[in-house]
Design a protein around this ligand. Structure first.
Ligand code: NAD
Length: 386
């Protein structure tokens, strides 16, 4: 019998209108100076006011930081870390997609550490995180990354991505209010939605999957597959936004505990070298990676097919696993994401550098049910170029 270690953030609120819990939660902390970390788009469209206004009305001293950019480079993270250290804040509230949430939690922990954040990176860092840092509340405005419930902060480096990861990066409170996602444009809805789907699929076939993560992952796949197309087509579809928000949240809980694998390992270099959005990188690779590892997890892929709304009843596991890959391809296509790397204007001359960087992601690759070595990674990228 195997033993599963499961870690969940201490407190989450989910559901339409759950943002109303923000002020009552903050009141439980002895804080006065709050740093709200977001990106310029959310400031411009006024979405972040939904967070800052109630704080100001309740007498908190609020500083708004809006310099987060998508797929944040390490330097952008370092700048926020310096700003946080100088500002002597009591708490950080992150509001936004994964980019803003990742930097908010990084800054909260780094406030209590010395030296650049680069020293704490997983692949190239030399120092260990030891202290919890400032209390942090994370409020996602996309349905995708699950960053509000993971202990990971992803940073873009010159040619790939790396992470700072430690349980101290977990949110003290996550508030997952689907109402905040109504304004997400169709293209971002599609990319972030497939990102959440990828989390669930990779967690379900991970070598570290457990009974708990299986339940979360399959339910996330059901919610996402029934509502992603609708959310992309009509962003004001309330039920579709609720399903996507819940799906993304529980997919986050699943992958944080079971891990993601090959799709993410190969997606990171696409983000690093070609600045493809994280969700789009995952989306374009998902069918190719699942097609490649299919043989190692056919029964699980039959279960995924059923969760995607297909029916494996009269199929062998092998047949069902092929159908599963087709269903994934169809969903990616239906939400308007190109099916090949070439359609993203990535030149096939990049095959070797992508392969080299993908192979470095040993932490991610170790969760794949089919061990993926350099030659396998090259084959998958090759197929994705065609
Ligand atoms: P994002 O945060 O980069 O946002 C994408 C765009 O959507 C931005 O322009 C943003 O302004 C806009 N946007 C966000 N919410 C909006 C809203 N409600 N209305 C209108 N526009 C809105 O995108 P993302 O996919 O959420 O995050 C990607 C980042 O998260 C990447 O760096 C990725 O590596 C990281 N990530 C982290 C984890 C984790 O566990 N920490 C997991 C997966 C991905």
């Amino acid at each position: 019998m195997s033993i599963s270690k499961l870690v969940f953030p201490p407190l989450s609120y989910t559901g339409w209108g759950s943002l109303q819990n923000l002020v009552p939660e903050i009141e439980k902390y002895q804080v006065k100076k709050i740093l709200v970390v977001t990106d310029p788009v959310l400031a411009q469209i006024g979405l972040v006011d939904r967070v800052t206004e109630p704080l100001k009305e309740n007498g908190y001293e609020v500083t708004l930081y809006t310099e987060v950019i998508p797929e944040p480079p390490l330097e952008v993270g370092e700048k926020l870390v310096s700003f946080t250290r100088e500002g002597e804040f009591d708490m950080i509230v992150g509001v936004g997609g994964g980019s803003a949430l990742d930097l908010a939690k990084l800054a909260a922990v780094m406030a209590d550490h010395e030296g650049p954040a680069a020293d704490y990176l997983n692949l190239s860092g030399t120092k260990k995180i030891e202290k919890k840092g400032l209390p942090k509340i994370l409020i996602p405005t996309t349905s995708g990354t699950g960053s509000e419930v993971t202990n990971i902060s992803v940073l873009s480096l010159e040619t790939t991505k790396d992470v700072v990861t430690h349980d101290h990066l977990l949110a003290d409170v996550a508030i997952v209010d689907p109402e905040l996602t109504l304004s997400v444009p169709a293209r971002v809805t599609a990319a972030t939605g497939i990102d959440a789907l990828t989390h669930a699929v990779e967690a379900y076939v991970s070598v570290n999957a457990s009974l708990t993560t299986d339940g979360l992952a399959l339910q996330a796949i059901r919610l996402i597959s029934r509502s992603l197309r609708k959310a992309v087509e009509d962003g004001s579809d309330k039920q579709a936004r609720i399903d996507m928000s819940n799906g993304s949240y529980i997919a986050g809980l699943a992958f944080f505990n079971a891990g993601v694998a090959g799709v993410h390992a190969l997606a990171y270099p696409l983000g690093g070298q070609f600045h493809l959005a994280h969700g789009e990188s995952n989306a374009v690779l998902l069918p190719y990676v699942m097609g490649y590892i299919r043989k190692s997890c056919q029964t699980r892929m039959a279960n995924i097919l059923n969760a995607l709304g297909g029916n494996s009843d009269f199929l062998s596991d092998e047949e069902a696993s092929y159908r599963c890959v087709e269903e994934l391809e169809r969903l990616v296509k239906d939400v308007g994401i190109p099916a090949t790397l070439s359609e993203f204007n990535i030149p096939d001359s990049a095959l070797e550098s992508l392969t080299q960087d993908g192979a470095k992601q040993k932490r991610l690759l170790s969760r794949s049910p089919l061990p993926l070595e350099e030659k396998d990674i090259r084959e998958i990228y090759k197929a994705a170029f065609k």
